[in-house]
Structures are given as C-alpha cells and as structure tokens.
Design a protein around this ligand. Structure first.
Ligand SMILES: CC(C)=CCC/C(C)=C/CC/C(C)=C/COP(=O)(O)OP(=O)(O)O
Length: 437
C-alpha cells in the first residue's frame, strides 16, 4: 500500500513539473474529484472551494491559468499531507514492530518497578520517567538489532515472517539507523538523567542480547539461560538508577525475572517446536522429543520462585502479606509445571505459558503494593531493638523481687512481648533480620 502511495506521489511530482499535464493528478485523486462533485449542491463555502477546481478543467482562457495553478497547488498540498501521514504511519508501524514494543513495554515495567523499589521514602518521578524512557529506547534498539541479525531465520518462521524486515517493509540500513539512534539516545538519557551505572547496565544488556544471545540461538540451547540474564537486568538497571548502587536487596526482582523466564520460554519453545526448527534455532526443547527434560527444567525453575516472597519480607523489602501472596503465586505456576511434567501435552504447555503470563504482573504489583519504605523499615528496626533490650533486661533481672515490681508498674518505657506481636506484620512468621545500619 505504501509503495502505491510513493508511486502515486512521484506521478504527482512529475505532473507538477509539466504544466500541461495538470489534469492527471486531478483526475486520479479522490479528494479533488469529491470536492468537484459536491460543489453542485453544497453551500457557498464548498461551492467556492470546488469552483476553483472546476475552473481548472473548464476554462481554457489565458486568464484562468492562475486559478489552475492555485487549484493544483491546493490539490498537491492535500496529496502531500496525505503522503506525509501515510509515510509517518508506515514507518511508525515499522519502528513499533522492530522495537517489539509490547515486549519492550514489559521490560520498561520491570525497570520502573526496580526504580520504585530502589527509591528511598520519596520517589523521584522525573527520574522514574527518564529511566523508563531510556530503558524503552535501549530495549527498542536491542530488539531491532535482534531482528536485523535474524532476517533470514525470521522469514522461515510462521510466527515472525510478517515482521518488517523479512516482509520487505523496511530496509536493513534503515533498521540499523533506527537501532543506532534509539540506542545512543537511550543510553545518553540514562547517563545524563540517571547515572553511569544505569547507562552501563543498559548498554551492556544491549550487547548481551544483540551480540551474544542472538547468535547463540543458532549455536547452542544454552541461549535460553543467557536470554534469562538479559531479561533480569532491566529491574537491576532501575534499582541502580534510583539508588546509585547494586545491592543484595536489588537482586530480588531480577532473580524472580530470571527464574520466571525459564518456564515461560520453555513453554513457548515447546509449543513452537516446529517453527523454531524451521527457523534454524537450537532450542532446548528440540533435542528433547519426549518433552520430559523441558518440563523438568521448567518445574525446577518454578520451584526456585517459592522462597522469593519470604526473602523479600526477610530483607525488609515488603510486608509479610507479600510473602503469603508470592508463595501462593509460585505454588500456582508450579502446579501448572507439575501438570506439564506429568502429561507433556500441548494443552499443559499452554496452561503453563498462560500461568507465566499472569505470574509476572501479579508478582510485580504485589511487590510494589506491599513495599516497605525506608522510614517504615526504620520503625521496625527500632521496635526490634527495643524488644531485644527488653528481653535481655528481663533475663538479667529474673528472680529479683524489686525489679519484678518495677516491671509490673510499667518498667519505664519498655513494652511487654505481646506488644511486639502486634507490631510485627505477621506474628506467626519469624521476626525480620536487618543488617545494622
Ligand atoms: C535495557 C535492555 C537492553 C533491555 C533488553 C531487554 C530484552 C530485549 C529482553 C528480552 C529477553 C528475551 C530473551 C527475549 C526473547 O528474544 P527472542 O530473540 O527469542 O525473541 P523472538 O524469537 O521473538 O525474536
């Protein structure tokens, strides 16, 4: 369709160069034909507008040439603006698809969640927006390069053959230019508005995805694990952008993403086995005809998701509610993996795939909703210290009538153990341990 429009525009340009062929575009262009025909029965404005076009056809007198030209200019400008719109639509769509925009938005969501988790009590919303925009551009660049390197493979796969490069809607140099500009601008944005650590993580991840993972797909099934690292880095990037460092707490969401991707991609590679084989990719599932090892690997990684909720709580990142929610969520995806392991049918693989689609947004939302801010953490630490002090003082004064009496009348500011139970978010869980600041 775009090619038609381009062809048509060049006809118009050729026509505009030769004044004798003014009729050509006018006869062919729907918009002008429309305004000519509506002139008869419409109001004064349209009559006037259409009239000028009519004059162009009917009058051969010398005096009418100025009108001819003005009507042609009007028609040409209508055409031009249409061309511009079509041009923008065409390339906008190509860039959107080259960037794998929906995947990139998911990447941005993980990076944004990392940013919020890595922020102290107050979130810098401007910093968050710039980090998200920078991540989006670098991810778009990485995804475009991935498609540039896989044009021939993508052309052989049903799932990917309609992408802009294999379908010939955009040229390779054009796609490379898009990748280079979005990669450079995105990295520069991260460097200037976040920090060098975030920019470095973004740029290294681009290299890892486009220049290591992408060729590995055609060499060895280990590619899935390398790809899982690529998917795990954006939340770390977000954390680094907010806090300026990479710390143990900051690894929780990346760990979830890493383990989550294995069942997700195992299910996808199992469901699209034939397609991947046609494309020349060496996926794990292709060397596993029964699907048993594929299902076992998926199940193992689902089980690795189980302790993450507890760790988030224990490290003071979230309240105890998240521990409960995350564990239930991990159990649910593990159940689908068990079912896939036992039956190894397409239906079970699809169920595990759908469970993985649900897992990530719910896990991330839970993490953000039950996030414990720095000031809340501080309060809990102070309460824990009070409890430790109180229990040691109780031990040292055991047997002393005098002190017992003091305790019974209030014991100064100290509170009995029951008050700790009411302070702790989940009394039935062990008290969170914090590194002393
Ligand atoms: C900041 C930054 C650079 C982020 C990049 C994040 C990113 C692109 C994550 C995607 C991870 C991944 C393994 C996708 C599958 O690619 P695939 O090649 O298997 O997908 P395909 O078969 O659909 O092409």
């Amino acid at each position: 369709m775009w090619r038609n429009t381009v062809g048509f525009s060049s006809k118009l340009l050729a026509a505009s160069k030769s004044s004798s062929s003014l009729r050509l575009p006018l006869l062919h262009h729907g918009a002008v034909t429309r305004s000519t025909s509506t002139a008869a029965g419409s109001g004064p404005e349209s009559t006037e507008a259409a009239g000028s076009v009519k004059l162009g056809f009917s009058s051969g007198s010398p005096g009418s040439s100025a009108v001819d030209l003005s009507s042609f200019a009007a028609a040409a400008s209508v055409l031009k603006s249409r061309d511009v719109v079509d041009f923008a639509k065409h390339y906008g769509r190509c860039y959107w698809e080259l960037s794998k925009a929906r995947l990139s938005m998911l990447v941005v969501a993980t990076s944004g969640a990392g940013y919020v988790l890595g922020s102290g009590s107050a979130i810098d919303y401007m910093g968050l927006c710039c980090t998200c925009a920078g991540t989006m551009m670098v991810a778009a660049s990485a995804n475009t390069l991935n498609q540039v390197f896989e044009v021939k493979n993508d052309a052989k796969m049903n799932r990917t053959k309609r992408r802009p490069l294999p379908s010939g809607r955009i040229s390779i140099p054009h796609a490379v230019t898009w990748a280079a500009s979005s990669g450079i601008v995105g990295t520069a944005l991260l460097a200037s508005k976040a920090n060098m650590l975030a920019a470095g993580l973004g740029a290294s991840n681009l290299v890892l995805y486009a220049f290591v993972y992408t060729p590995l797909k055609q060499i060895h099934p280990i590619n899935t694990w390398v790809g899982a690292i690529v998917g795990a880095i954006p939340p770390l990037l977000g954390w680094a952008a907010a806090s300026g460092q990479v710390s143990l707490n900051g690894l929780l969401l990346p760990a979830a993403l890493y383990f989550w991707q294995i069942p997700h991609f195992m299910a996808l590679a199992y469901l699209c086995r034939k397609d991947y084989a046609d494309g020349g990719f060496k996926m794990f599932s292709l060397a596993d005809a029964s699907g048993q090892r594929t299902a076992a690997v998926a199940l193992r990684n689902c089980l690795y998701l189980l302790p993450l909720g507890y760790l988030a709580y224990d490290w003071g990142l979230t309240s105890g509610w998240f521990c409960l929610e995350s564990t239930l969520l991990a159990l649910a995806i593990s159940c689908t993996a068990v079912s896939f392991y036992l039956n190894r049918t397409t239906k079970d693989a699809r169920r595990m795939f759908h469970a993985s689609l649900l897992y990530l947004p719910v896990f991330m939302s839970g993490l953000l909703v039950h996030r414990v801010t720095e000031s809340e953490q501080q309060m809990t630490i102070e309460n824990s210290i009070k409890i430790v002090e109180m229990s040691s003082s109780l031990e040292s004064t055991e047997g002393s009538q005098e002190n017992r009496k003091k305790q019974s009348v209030g014991g100064g500011q100290r509170r009995p153990p029951v008050s700790y139970a009411s302070v702790a978010p989940f009394p039935f869980l062990p008290a969170p341990s914090y590194a002393t600041p």
